[in-house]
Design a protein around this ligand. Structure first.
Ligand code: CUA
Length: 156
């Protein structure tokens, strides 16, 4: 039988406990903040056509395209309570895509599509900011999502 030094044993136990806490906290936060971990979607040039698709009254799909130095579509309007799938790509260099007040932080990369899903419950204006230095116009690179106060019946 292998003899394990007691202090080494202690380190192994503590490490495993910390790893459990770490994994648990990720799962907890994912549920609590309803954050969707961004995923990669197989590349298709169709995603480079900026658009907003209405799937139904509260489900939307946005093809967001970043380029020097703008986001297209630059201004999006959706009703409160909407769930939005965002497919993000870039026409040129690497750009950032951060939605203020939302737990969304993605990279727009040429030749790849990143996807995330966001729910907009509260009406207001949500600013999209490029947070990756992309040239002289970087600091002006913004877009916005306006969530309008169309009343919807909550199912609960
Ligand atoms: Cu785009 Cu900075």
């Amino acid at each position: 039988m292998i003899k394990i030094d007691p202090s080494e044993k202690k380190v192994i136990v503590i490490t495993m406990a910390l790893m459990c806490v770490f994994v648990f906290s990720i799962l907890y936060a994912k549920d609590k903040y309803r954050s969707d971990v961004p995923e990669c979607v197989p590349y298709d040039a169709a995603y480079l056509q900026p658009k907003v698709d209405t799937i139904d009254k509260h489900t939307y799909r946005i093809f967001a395209v970043a380029s020097m130095w703008q986001f297209e579509p630059s201004s999006i309007s959706i009703p409160a309570g909407s769930e939005v799938d965002i497919f993000l790509s870039s026409k040129d260099v690497v750009h950032g895509f951060n939605i203020a007040k939302k737990n969304v932080n993605m990279m727009a990369v040429y030749g790849s599509i990143n996807k995330t899903t966001v729910r907009f419950e509260k009406p207001g204006v949500y600013t999209i900011t490029c947070h990756e230095y992309c040239g002289v116009g970087h600091q002006f690179m913004q877009g916005q999502i306006t969530v309008t106060n169309n009343s919807i019946t909550k199912a609960n």
